[in-house]
Design a binder for this molecule. Structure first.
Ligand code: 3PG
Ligand code: MG
Length: 399
């Protein structure tokens, strides 16, 4: 199974040809102002876009943003992204007001060689995410009409069986973009034979979201460190009371089984920061993990836990981290995430940060991105890759 990539396409020559690029420009926006709060995903696709521009292609970019419900919804418009993309490319990006309608058709038709257009949000169309093959196929036909070739550089969306990811490549000569190629290359180092000790740090709010990856990783890893909202279900399974912290009651038994299956592998917090409320200015204290008061909720891991996790990380040769350790968006509850992130950067290890939230945390906390081996643009996609699942977007490129 070989995947043709951007270099193969460039070697064929793209001058004057229309290249449809699926990107993942699903960036976080400020709820009040609508401003882009983290443009990491836009930057990540620049190498592919710049190469196509330089080679004289007519570049038609498409993406989703957020989860609109199959119809136009102004809060999810890609217009601000077109502006930012243009700034970063150093040339204006022509924005189409719709995805496959009149505006898109004329925008694409008017493109000169070396120019870039961005289509409006793919998910403003039912066909993009439809479970019905024919409905998705019909939409894919319309999209495919905008390209003579297709490049997938939307690593964050390769786990979605969506028209632009799964069905368009069946209709056009298809290639992996630079970002998709690099992501797969790096993640395959983790699923192959990673250098040991291999330490995985998982956070985020729900065990249920991470269960499949925990199941898949448990036999492979040397250490699994668990923080974030999901640690409270594990602490409960250990027999501790967790106050009003996040708790998935129906997962407690599952957590107990996981810990029994791999004795000593799973490390849980020994202390946590508890607060009176989920608020940046809530009164808070650090307490032992077996001493969470009944009326308080845990919002971060404590300093002793950070020290323990840091010790485990300092031994590691390979690290994968997904999910914040606490509510890092609030300064009072950011120390756990910061401490663990710093420990990862200090370890003499090949480190991969997976997940939109952890990547955003790295940047929001002002950490040096270059001190990590790789920061993935994919959240669900990187987890599903590590689970060993077939990713529809990658499978489509292999055919
Ligand atoms: C993400 O942010 O995880 C990707 O852009 C995919 O988005 P989705 O989870 O809404 O499909
Ligand atoms: Mg997601």
């Amino acid at each position: 199974m070989t995947i043709r990539n951007l270099d193969d396409l460039l070697a064929e020559g793209v001058s004057g040809r229309r290249v449809l690029v699926r990107a993942d420009l699903n960036v976080p926006l400020d709820k009040q102002t609508g401003d882009i709060t983290d443009d990491g995903r836009i930057r990540a696709v620049l190498p592919t876009l710049s190469a196509l521009v330089q080679a004289g292609a007519k570049v038609v970019v498409c993406s989703h943003l957020g989860r609109p419900k199959g119809a136009p919804d102004p809060q999810f418009s890609l217009r601000p992204v077109a502006g930012r993309l243009g700034e970063l490319l150093g040339a204006p990006v022509h924005f189409a007001e719709d995805t496959v309608g009149d505006s898109a058709r004329s925008t694409v038709a008017d493109l000169a060689d070396g120019q870039v257009a961005l289509l409006e949000n793919l998910r403003f169309n039912k066909g993009e995410t439809s479970k019905d093959d024919a409905e998705r196929g019909a939409f894919a036909d319309q999209l495919a009409a905008f390209g003579d070739a297709y490049v997938d550089d939307a690593f964050g969306a390769v786990h979605r069986k969506h028209a632009s990811v799964h069905d368009v490549p069946a209709r056009l000569p298809h290639y992996a973009g630079r970002l998709v190629l690099r992501e797969v290359e790096v993640l395959s180092r983790l699923t192959g034979s990673p250098e040991r000790p291999y330490v995985v740090v998982l956070g985020g709010s729900k065990v249920s979201d991470k269960l499949a990856v925990i199941e898949a990783l448990l036999p492979t890893v040397d250490r699994l460190l668990i923080g974030g909202g999901m640690c409270f279900t594990f602490l409960k399974a250990q027999g501790h009371e967790v106050g009003t912290s996040l708790l998935e009651k129906d997962m407690v038994e599952t957590c107990r089984n996981l810990m029994e299956r791999a004795p000593g592998k799973i490390m849980l917090p020994v202390d946590v920061v508890v607060a009176d409320a989920f608020a940046p200015d809530a009164a808070h204290d650090t307490v032992p993990a077996d001493g969470i008061p009944s009326h308080r909720l845990g919002l971060d891991i404590g300093p002793e836990t950070v020290a323990g996790f840091a010790a485990a990380l300092s031994q590691a040769k390979t690290v994968f981290w997904n999910g914040p350790m606490g509510v890092f968006e609030m300064a009072a509850f950011a120390n756990g995430t910061r401490g663990v992130a710093e420990a990862i950067t200090k370890a003499d290890a090949f480190s991969v940060v997976g997940g939109g939230d952890s990547a955003a945390a790295v940047r929001a906390l002002g950490l040096d991105e270059s001190s990590f081996g790789h920061i993935s643009t994919g959240g669900g996609a990187s987890l599903e890759y590590l689970e060993g699942k077939t990713l529809p977007g990658i499978a489509a490129l292999e055919n």
